[in-house]
Design a protein around this ligand. Sequence first.
Ligand SMILES: [Zn+2]
Length: 270
Amino acid sequence: MNCPVCGEPMLPLMKDFARCPFDLLIACKSAAATTYEEEYFFEEYKKQYGRTYLDDKEFLQKRFRHRLHLLQKQNRFLAGKSILEIGSAAGFFLEIAEEQGFLAEGWEISRQMTLYAESQGRNVKQGSFIDLAESHIEQGLNPYDIVAMFYVLEHCPNQQKIWDLTAQLVRPGGFLLLALPSAMGPLYTFQRDKWIQTHPGDHFADYTPKSLRRVARRFGFLVRHVSSEGIHPSRFPGGKLPLLKNLYALFQKLVPFSDTMFSILQKKVL
Ligand SMILES: [Zn+2]
């Protein structure tokens, strides 16, 4: 198979997975797209996390506040700036962004989620990312100061296209916030079989902090920050032992070695 970013042949890695020798990203041959209508946010989400997306609001918003806090550490003068969230779901992140003084807009493919977010007063457009991005660019509308994509990128078959369009939506000097699974984490490293078995069928690409740096550079971004999102010491060898558990947790807070990562990229000023 060919790399979904650069198009070069990939090297077989294991089972259905292959790795690009240039970008180091891992792609899954058997991945297939799914629809993200309400059953995704209710049944599918519940299967994975034990509660529905809407029930998870408090937990999710705590995480969103932390992500914006990390962004503001990069640049303290972002209040009042425009922020676009791609895949805005129920609008929980947009709500926090508005609270913090951003001009927040969401794009969301699920009609149900868009209607819900609108009923809560959020500014959301419904449609596929590619359609909305192409129309934004064709109309010559302004790029955004900040674009956010949380657990969206890995769901896209054509990585090159998503990166290319996203890069056009961020103004030079602006930021791209990404949260995504990471193959540089305890699950991939210590429990490879489990990683393969539990790999979601609709994930086309897996990045590590290093592959993210390489791909980002191709599209004019510099990686300014990467950190662990999920702190799960129990996934390390002996990680259930009290002393080791604390050590692993500390290690994950210091180093982006986690099954999910958060990253802040900055678009280069030409
Ligand atoms: Zn490649």
